[in-house]
Ligand binder design. Sequence first.
Ligand SMILES: [Fe+2]
Length: 387
Amino acid sequence: MKNVRRMYWPELNFVGPGAIKELEKEIPKKGWKKILFVTDKPLVKLGMVAKIEAIFKTAGVAYVIYDESVPNPTMKNVHDGVDLLKKEGCDAIVSLGGGSPQDVAKAISVLATNGGKIGDYEGIELSKKPGLPLIAINTTAGTASEVTINYVITDEVRKIKMVMVDPHCLPKISINDPELMTSIPKSVTAATGLDALTHAVESYVAQGAFCLSDALSLASIKLIGESLEDATNEGTNIEARSKMAWASYIAGLSFSNAGLGIVHSLAHQLGSEYDLPHGVANAILMPYVEAFNAETHPEKFGAIAVALGKDISGKSAKEAAKVAIDAFFEFAEKLEIPALKDTAFNPKDARRLAEQAIKDACTGANPRIVTVDDLEKVYMSAYNQKV
Ligand SMILES: [Fe+2]
């Protein structure tokens, strides 16, 4: 409690069913000339892009669409988006999607005002100026990219994920409307929901955790325990979708300020190497990583177990930690997350991926100090399904 903490989150946030209507009120206040609207093709197909276009038309603002964002978005996405923004003379950005379009939009925003190539900003706080104004509309619960100071872009040449931690990318306004999430497929709901759980858990046990992030992380874990299965199995259950929208948003506020850990460091490599979806990679790795972390830092896992509705009465810290880790395994099984051995992962790559993961921006926040050997062992323990 002796250290000064800084907390970043968007200056205005709308969360709840129907939140998207607020966009109609906010856009005319801005006086923007032309918006770059960043999204992806699946959302065009689902008709969600047309809904936002209708709002732009009602608000009387010009816009141009960039809808080429791909899962595990690339440098090409970012540079193509910047070229379009410059060609069209856009002075603001609106993003619609899960983490991928959000990360592309954040990267475009930083490049639009700072210049250069996105690789120039890999690392911590390397840009000099605030990015172009960005309104981020989230459609998954989820990555929470709409509220964080981080973004991740794949360098398709080096085959690595570049992690940028930079307050200059922070959206001005975030919108989380569970009504936009009801058509998200079951497997995506499960994977993105477990990404949100990973955010809440990693931020709760991170070295940078503090009183406010602790409260946020536990609140998020509780909501996920109450609603993720229902949101996955009954996509139109608006109560469950609302709880997950809040859980994702709250976990984002926490990890953006407290940090993450090696679930994300290791998962980033599986995304860049094998194009494994981010949530799936996290969901596979989290039980094994947290079993490893709990060996030396079991003290906070009991509270995670309780937040997930488990009984830990009479248990030691280590026994209570095991209850939490068993609950993570239970989630992965119920939500049909594949095993690492059933993905494209090749155990021969484990050493090389561990060498990359140790350099990931998330590694330093992990509660247990790690070596490349440790990271390789975690990959192999997930591969062999042995804690
Ligand atoms: Fe994540």
